[in-house]
Write a new protein. Sequence first.
Length: 121
Amino acid sequence: MLHSGIHDGPERRIDTREVWVQAVDLDNGGSFNDFPPELLDALLDDVLAGWDRRWKAGESIAGFVLVPSDRTRTFTVGPQEAPLITLQGTAAQLAAWAMGRPHRSVSTIERGNVPLPRTWI
């Protein structure tokens, strides 16, 4: 299990996931492709859990099924009775898309345009 943070006290928290994402944001050559697989899965779980909380609180959000080509599982969020948008790509590219970062090779099963993701926090 991936350790999600280091705690120096209640007022300070350094989250491993944030450090990795911020390293990509520095634009010095790192990418989501460099992330350990466990980290990518944790990021996708976190982002979709945030969207799910917002949907359950009454916010109107699109439902998604994320199908990573390099995983045996899928990630789903949204109202099951509504049409879900199915996106495919590697876990790294889907995580980048879900977090609003530049991504390549994410496509829809429906062959339409890849929608913009919701803000995740």
